[in-house]
Design a protein around this ligand. Structure first.
Ligand SMILES: [Cu+2]
Length: 164
């Protein structure tokens, strides 16, 4: 079981889904738009009952993006319906932050829903909070879709994320 979680953790930081808007940019200007990249800076292993910073850095090419909107969606594995959505504030060049405290040990997931211009990018991140009993962690079957997006047309793609 532990090994499975480690494998999942390795893929968790990768960018997932939500690419439908990117095509908008290619119309008319004839050049390939520069991709927006969102990197979650918060470590995967965090302490329980300790205030930490949820943090993501937004760049486009070699430029920091300071006018993006970053919403951190955080939920305990298997309990996405009970998750919360917190907007990050610009705290440094291209870096969006909010304080957060995990009050219970467990495995958690986060999407850093990031909108920058015509782009929507939402990297997924996994947290191991404290020392959870892995045998009691619920499986997380949430997809990369959310209500502001259409359903994933290709659910298989999400499962294989990280294997390219
Ligand atoms: Cu999103």
């Amino acid at each position: 079981m532990k090994r499975l979680w480690m494998a999942m953790a390795a893929t968790a930081a990768l960018v997932a889904g939500c690419t439908e808007k990117e095509t908008v940019d290619t119309i008319d200007n004839g050049e390939m738009p520069v991709e927006v990249v969102v990197e979650v800076l918060t470590p995967m292993e965090v302490a329980v009952n300790e205030e930490i910073a949820l943090e993501a850095k937004v760049t486009q090419g070699d430029k920091a993006v300071d006018d993006a909107t970053v919403e951190f969606e955080v939920w305990e594995s298997g309990l996405r319906d009970e998750g919360e959505m917190i907007e990050g504030e610009l705290s440094a060049d291209g870096v969006y932050t909010t304080d957060y405290t995990f009050e219970k040990e467990g495995v958690y997931y986060m999407y850093a829903h990031t909108t920058a211009g015509a782009y929507h990018v939402m990297p997924k991140h996994e947290f191991i909070v404290g020392n959870p009993d892995m045998s009691k962690v619920l499986e997380d079957d949430s997809s990369s879709s959310m209500d502001h997006m259409k359903e994933d047309e290709n659910p298989e793609e999400e499962k294989s994320e990280g294997h390219h």
